[in-house]
Design a protein around this ligand. Structure first.
Ligand code: TYD
Length: 142
């Protein structure tokens, strides 16, 4: 997806499978079956202090799936024209974020864990960390 034309409406919650059992549940994520991309990298945010804010950037090419594996948090999405806030609070519900979307993660509950599946390895060049630059990119000025 072209980072300049993507919108927040391309970023949706998905309900993942849940294999239920009296001894607990399992959720399985298989590349290009349960999610619309192949994950090359998995990381997780944890031990998040009360009041902390994460994110504050967009990506040029990266697709991500965010899941509140434990606890809850809010994801604020901005495509330069529209904004929406999504609450994640279930281990079998994820949020797909496409390239070209500014995101901020806020309101982490105690013991929240944010699992992230990402379509590529860590590349600092893929980040857009300057909001003014982001707005210019989305307006096709540069
Ligand atoms: P960043 O993605 O900016 O964090 P967040 O969006 O959760 O606030 O990453 C924070 C730091 O961690 C940054 O300096 C780079 C480093 N980092 C890696 O080295 N590899 C990774 O895969 C990630 C996600 C971050």
């Amino acid at each position: 997806m072209n980072l300049k034309i993507s919108t927040i409406y391309d970023c949706n919650k998905i309900t993942l499978n849940k294999i239920e059992n009296r001894a607990g549940n399992i959720t399985v994520i298989e590349n290009e079956i349960d999610i619309p991309f192949a994950a090359k990298r998995v990381y997780y945010l944890y031990d998040i202090p009360s009041g902390a804010e994460r994110g504050g950037h967009a990506h040029k090419t990266l697709y991500q799936l965010l899941i509140a594996i434990s606890g809850s948090f809010d994801v604020m999405l901005d495509d330069s024209r529209n904004k929406k806030t999504i609450t994640l609070n279930r281990p079998n519900v994820g949020l797909i974020i496409v390239p070209g979307i500014w995101r901020e993660l806020i309101n982490f509950s105690g013991s929240a864990v944010c699992l992230v599946l990402a379509s590529n390895n860590y590349l600092e060049e893929d980040y857009i960390r300057d909001f003014t630059f982001f707005l210019q990119l989305k307006k096709d000025k540069i």
